[in-house]
Design a protein around this ligand. Structure first.
Ligand code: ASP
Ligand code: MG
Length: 404
């Protein structure tokens, strides 16, 4: 049996009109003789509204009640979709996670799906039904609703594809695929036809907001092909798949950037073992994620400067923690919020020498100063001044022939 999971994001079900359109998309797959499982997110804006309300009730709104509250958006969207399908004469029904059940584990607000019981849904599909399943939620061992983190209905869709052995998982969203770089920043960004899980994971974590990063990890672990498409235009989207399915003709697949980084430099810290650990210990204790790190060599062998980046929303907390840290001494603390991280991503760089040089040379030609560098097997990131961001993306896009 050919099962396809169709997932609709918030904007795709953002209004009654759009939900009617979504019903037509679903019907088009039914007409092609597929068995369909629909997973939906909440109508756009609904989850945000619910979160706002919880904050008005209490700054310390109970975490488990928070999940009960924010998961209601999906219930509404699913009932509307199923209702429309029934209106059109199809057998359809909405399903909440506890009715299936979809089992989750982990903390409220950021749990993961660990198991989905197939029985009821399969029975329904085999009787000709179209199940419409709430994304973003599961129930935990205490039988309480949990949510999967913002954007978590992507993960729901991927896990449905896994447990129901689907041929494919199609993510309908408001963009028609994954682009070589943000088309809002660069006009000649091109749609990527096929991308590997690893590249997509890097791109998603580095700021390409097409899919929830955790969901891509789930897809990679379970080898599930994911198609990202727009529900507004009928074009082919981007296929996220295994590396070996991809014929590679480019070194770099995409360029991403972040705008909300902050750079922190500790000037004149002691250059001796344990200093870096002492600096980062309180940050880790306070769940502050340190991204890029660079330490200068010390000219006199005694003192050095240490620079690292964090999310700008963590800056004041970080400053406080560094200042009150009695384990370290330093001469000055310099912070900069006007920085951006630009990254080039591509599996092709593993086998192509000279990529780092080409990136740095291209930036140098445009007089763009590199502040911090970090690399992984398939990514090179540089921190630059925010004012140079667009220029940097554009020159790198050209250098690696992404507009071709
Ligand atoms: N409705 C949830 C959110 O806004 C889940 C999702 O959209 O995937 O984060
Ligand atoms: Mg989403």
């Amino acid at each position: 049996m050919k099962i396809v999971v169709l997932k609709f994001g918030g904007t795709s079900v953002g209004s009654v009109e759009r939900i009617k359109k979504v019903a037509h998309i679903i019907v088009s797959y039914i007409n092609k003789k597929f068995k369909i499982i629909v997973v939906s997110s909440a109508m756009s804006g609904v989850t945000n509204e619910l979160i706002k309300k919880s904050k008005k009730i209490s700054n310390y709104f109970d975490k488990s009640e928070y999940d009960v509250l924010v998961s209601t958006g999906e219930q509404m969207a699913c009932a509307l979709i199923a209702g429309r399908l029934r209106h059109l004469g199809y057998k359809s029904q909405s399903w909440m996670s506890w009715q299936i059940p979809i089992i989750s584990e982990g903390s409220y607000g950021s749990s993961r799906i660990s198991f989905i019981n197939k029985n009821k849904i399969m029975k329904f599909i085999n009787s000709g039904g179209i199940p419409v399943i709430t994304g973003f939620q599961g129930i935990n061992e205490s039988n309480r609703i949990t949510t999967l983190g913002r954007g978590g209905s992507d993960a729901s869709a991927i896990m449905c594809a896994k447990f129901f052995n689907a041929q494919k998982c199609i993510i309908y969203t408001d963009v028609d695929g994954v682009y070589t770089t943000d088309p809002n920043t660069l006009k000649n960004a091109k749609k990527i036809k096929v991308i590997s899980y690893e590249e997509m994971l890097e791109m998603a974590s580095l700021g390409a907001k097409v899919m929830q990063p955790i969901s891509i990890q789930d897809a990679r672990l379970n080898r599930i092909d994911v198609d990202v498409k727009s529900s507004f235009v009928g074009k082919t989207g981007t296929l996220i798949t295994k590396r070996k399915n991809i014929i590679r003709n480019r070194t770099i697949t995409g360029i991403t950037s972040t705008k909300n980084d902050a750079k922190v430099t500790l000037v004149g810290v002691k250059d001796k073992p344990g200093v870096a650990a002492s600096i980062f210990y309180p940050l880790s204790q306070n769940s502050i994620n340190v991204d890029m790190v660079v330490q200068n060599i010390s000219a006199n062998g005694k003192e050095t400067d240490l620079t690292f980046t964090i999310k700008s929303e963590d800056l004041s907390k970080t400053q406080r923690l560094v200042k009150k840290n009695t384990k370290i001494k330093f001469k000055d603390l310099i912070v900069d919020k006007n920085v951006s991280k630009v990254s080039i991503v591509g599996v092709g760089m593993i086998t192509t020498p000279g990529v780092t040089y080409r990136m740095f040379q291209a930036l140098a030609k445009k007089n763009i100063n590199i502040l911090v560098i970090s690399t992984s097997e398939i990514k090179i990131s540089v921190l630059i001044s925010k004012k140079n961001l667009t220029k940097a993306i554009s020159v790198l896009h050209k250098e690696f022939k992404l507009d071709k």
